[in-house]
Design a protein around this ligand. Sequence first.
Ligand code: MN
Length: 301
Amino acid sequence: MPHPATVSRFPGRHAEIGEGLPVCRLLPTQGLRLVGPWCFLDHAGPADYAAGQGLNVGPHPHIGLQTFTWMIEGEVLHKDSLGYEQLIRPGQVNLMTAGRGIVHAELSASPDAGRIHAAQLWIALPDAERQRPPAFHHYPELPRLTRDGFVLTLLAGSALGQTAPAEVYSPLVGLDLTAAGAAATTLPLQGDFEHGLVLLEGSVQVDGDPLPQDVLHYLPVGTAAITLRAGADGCRVLVVGGAPLHEDILVWWNFVARTTEEIVQASADWQAGRRFEPVPGVSLARLQAPDVAGLRLKGGR
Ligand code: MN
């Protein structure tokens, strides 16, 4: 699928994860599979759980990617097959490198979850790194600076002289820009990156055009800068970018691979209880892989 050559917009689609958390899926979407190596983007919530309710995503496997969680409101407990148990709070990032294979579960930390609001992303690992051993990192503090009434948090990569600690394997960037009220700023962009912007809260104009919530605003390689103008109610904008990944990746269920055979094998191994380790201390049922008969052939998606 060729990358768009001009500024373009791609509406997300609504979905649900963990039986009750509404998400808007912005990647992959009709017409756009990747922004740099970012291959999956869910805007999760904001959602308010009823008393006694919470997030319950049972153990499930990943291969060939990094999962990247940016927490905006609420708390989620991550548990994985390496034995990591980590609570993520607002303003923090969890980065799980699946490499050749990992299993994790995501749970509410207390019986009353309250509000959950997050961005859940995946980064496709480049071919040379995708068989690496699995790993997990929690980043409680991120580089933050103020600019023209915006607070910029650097989630991944480098921008404006700051570098985020996230351990990534391709040239990429992730930024959160938040304004409490009316504000305008021009953000320089790396010219050899493509970028995607998503409005997560409030209202914003991007280069003079209002950007609705849950629409991905795509900027092709060669874009030097972008001007954001927050409305009186302020805004929160997520920016992801990276060097275009010139690899033909296949995304299916929780797997990123290169061939149908790899996906079929990973799915069969998961269903048969092979290859993937259990997550200690989680009694929730394992998620079942969908029928691989539904898997489209490589390049078909
Ligand atoms: Mn997962």
